[in-house]
Design a protein around this ligand. Structure first.
Ligand SMILES: C[S@@+](CC[C@H](N)C(=O)[O-])C[C@H]1O[C@@H](n2cnc3c(N)ncnc32)[C@H](O)[C@@H]1O
Length: 271
């Protein structure tokens, strides 16, 4: 495994190993307007909008690339009745995801697979009707190559919905970038970078919308709820971890409120 993949796994594992603890669940339920089990910047209202964009039917087979603990994935499957596969490089996330799938009674419809950055996920050509990927692209070593693989796996007419929370829109300091890269190696790209990469592999852009507001709401909500349970969090995880996470959430509110960074959702199609 590459050192970059190790860095991403290490940072996420610290969060995913506590994802289902009673304290973290209490914080999540207070921090999120609607806690759907996401570990990303998606709010339920936006996910419902993406479901309209995707117009899934019950016979569709979908892939969630970078599903994490499967919050958005289980929501999509329970709302639409599709069958789905979720993949992630993080085994700790997948253990939590499996738990969620069982608890929600979705084992017949959701399969989970541990993948690695270095090996292409073992899926056949044209086998998915849609792919979703929520706040994952920033971690990919070569997103054009991943887009190319996803294009291959999508059936003609298939849709790919993804979000990118690292679009540069202003002057970022080295400190901004260091704090923003809290979850391991991250790639910050200019406007139109994704459009060019998607077009180069054959995707057609159908929709692109800026959705930074949900990120700001989630960061503010998490920061406030964590302050409320500061004593318990410090007892469980230590003061350094607590302060580090709070500084990260505060920095994100600043960067996205000042529009130095933006988060976009994209819907593209394989013709
Ligand atoms: C911000 S989390 C989002 C998780 C989930 N999509 C959600 O919305 O809750 C990003 C996820 O991408 C995963 N990831 C990063 N690089 C990946 C890769 N090359 N292939 C698959 N998953 C990856 C991480 O392990 C992490 O679980």
């Amino acid at each position: 495994m590459s050192s970059r993949e190790k860095s991403i796994r290490r940072e996420y594992s610290a969060v995913y190993s506590q994802f289902d603890s009673p304290l973290i669940q209490k914080i999540r339920s207070e921090a999120f307007e609607e806690d759907i089990g996401q570990h990303s910047w998606i709010i339920a209202k936006d996910l419902r909008e993406y479901l309209e964009w995707l117009a899934l039917s019950t016979t569709d087979q979908i892939l969630d690339f970078g599903c994490g603990p499967a919050g958005p994935l289980t929501y999509v499957v329970s709302q639409t009745g599709v069958k789905a596969i979720g993949v992630d490089i993080n085994a700790t996330a997948l253990a939590s995801a499996q738990n969620r799938v069982w608890t929600m009674g979705l084992s017949e419809r959701i399969e989970l697979k541990n993948v690695t950055e270095e090996v292409t996920p073992p899926f056949k050509d044209d086998c998915f009707d849609a792919v979703i990927s929520i706040d994952v692209v920033m971690h990919l070593p070569d997103r054009t190559q991943t887009f190319c693989e996803l294009w291959r796996m999508l059936a003609p007419g298939g849709r790919f919905l993804f979000t990118d929370a690292c679009i540069v829109n202003g002057a970022l300091s080295d400190e901004d970038i260091r704090v923003r890269s809290h979850y391991g190696i991250s790639h910050f790209v200019p406007h139109d970078f994704n459009e060019s990469a998607l077009a180069s592999v054959g995707f057609t852009l159908e929709k692109k919308e800026q959705h930074s507001d949900g990120l700001i709401a989630i960061c503010s909500g998490r920061w406030q709820a964590r302050e409320k349970y500061k004593k318990e969090l410090i007892t469980e995880f230590g003061e350094t971890t607590f302060e580090h996470e709070q500084a990260y959430l505060k920095k994100l509110v600043e960067l996205y409120s000042q529009k130095k960074l933006l988060r976009y959702a994209y819907l593209v199609k394989k013709q």
